[in-house]
Ligand binder design. Structure first.
Ligand code: AHG
Ligand code: MN
Ligand code: MN
Length: 333
């Protein structure tokens, strides 16, 4: 069947049947995420004309400067889920503690964790940004507590991201492949643009903040040096592409393959990125597209998390490229 005119809601109800997340409520939840994406697209398109650029002057729970757009994106996500009956708890990079939406309970059994604005250093320079989301299902009877949101990545019932680039795309998986929808700005609808994304097993692109190379653990430095050597049969040297937005860099890898790294540093073994709302959801998408996501020594989705805002080293992308990086980090090469 030609699914090119499939909207998000129709795609979920007609093609995801039989999967745990494939309910009318799940479809409504994704439509609400799409709505947040439309609102943020509208804001970002005219950001330079409004007073929404720059920093708020505050720091978040991660100790990072909060941009005005970080706050706007966070509030947008909260607003679109209040009084919907869809989710009972929200957790975000910009909130120290989860927000329990008691008005949605007991009907709404989904819990949503998100990075409202990924790549927020790009806000003031008209570069790509994203929103990352992870969906969990709460099975208890009493209503969730904070620890119920701290779960391993294999327990995600769905995950994905919005990317605000030259177009706005929504990529999601509910465990049955990864699919891309593109926002048609005239229709105001997300239409299916790629079904069952398969990424190459190997690419020739690496994405990393190489300015930090002096801080990286030695295996990572050796790996990147290896990628920069000339050897045509192995596609080396690799090309460097780094946007400052994890979503945009991973999105590129989904099409052309390669590897993104934000690795462990000698003095910061935990890395920078957050496990529950950055690494886990992107790992689920990438694995569903045939790729791999790792800390260098462990599969991201297999980590048992201990805290909501826990950080993790991240290597993500084509299976062969990530496996090669692991071999260097583990001293096997
Ligand atoms: P966020 O904007 O949500 O804090 O995430 C930024 C992340 C990621 O998107 C990006 O790849 C990386 O941090 C950039 O960090 P550096 O500026 O240290 O390279
Ligand atoms: Mn981020
Ligand atoms: Mn962010």
């Amino acid at each position: 069947m030609n699914r090119k005119a499939f909207t998000l809601a129709r795609f979920i109800t007609e093609t995801q049947a039989g999967y745990p997340a494939a309910t009318g409520e799940f479809s409504a939840l994704l439509v609400q995420i799409g709505l947040a994406g439309k609102i943020l697209t509208r804001d970002l398109r005219r950001a330079g004309l409004l007073d929404i650029l720059g920093a708020t002057g505050e720091t978040n729970v991660q100790g990072e400067a909060v941009k005005k757009l970080d706050t706007i994106a966070n509030e947008t996500l909260i607003k679109v889920f209040q009084h919907t009956g869809l989710v009972c708890a929200l957790a975000s990079e910009e909130m120290e503690k989860p927000l329990f939406l008691s008005e949605n309970w007991p009907h709404g059994k989904y819990m949503l964790l998100f990075d409202p604005l990924d790549g927020s250093s790009n806000t003031d320079v008209n570069m790509p940004m994203g929103t990352i989301f992870s969906v969990l299902h709460y099975e208890g009877a009493a209503g969730p507590a904070a620890e119920d949101l701290v779960r391993g990545g294999t327990q995600q019932v769905a995950a994905g991201y919005l990317m605000y680039g030259s177009s706005t795309v929504l990529v999601f998986t509910s465990g049955k492949g990864a699919h891309e929808f593109t926002l048609d700005p005239d229709l105001g609808e997300y239409l299916l643009s790629k079904e069952g994304i398969r990424m190459p097993m190997k690419g020739a692109v690496y994405s990393a903040n190489e300015g930090n190379a002096c801080k990286w653990v030695p295996g990572v430095r050796r790996f990147i040096d290896y990628l920069k050597e000339a050897d045509k049969p192995t596609a080396r040297p690799y090309t460097l592409r780094y946007s400052g937005c994890l979503v945009a860099d991973v999105h590129r890898l989904l099409t052309g393959g390669g590897i993104y790294l934000y690795p462990a540093e000698t003095n910061k073994p935990e890395g920078k990125l957050r496990l529950l709302y950055e690494a886990n959801p992107l790992a689920m998408v990438v694995e569903q597209a045939g790729g791999r996501a790792s800390t260098g020594v462990e599969r991201i989705l297999a980590i048992t998390p201990e805290a909501l805002h826990q950080r993790v080293p991240l290597l993500i992308g084509s299976g062969d490229d990530v496996a090669m990086a692991e071999a260097f980090i583990q001293g096997k090469r």
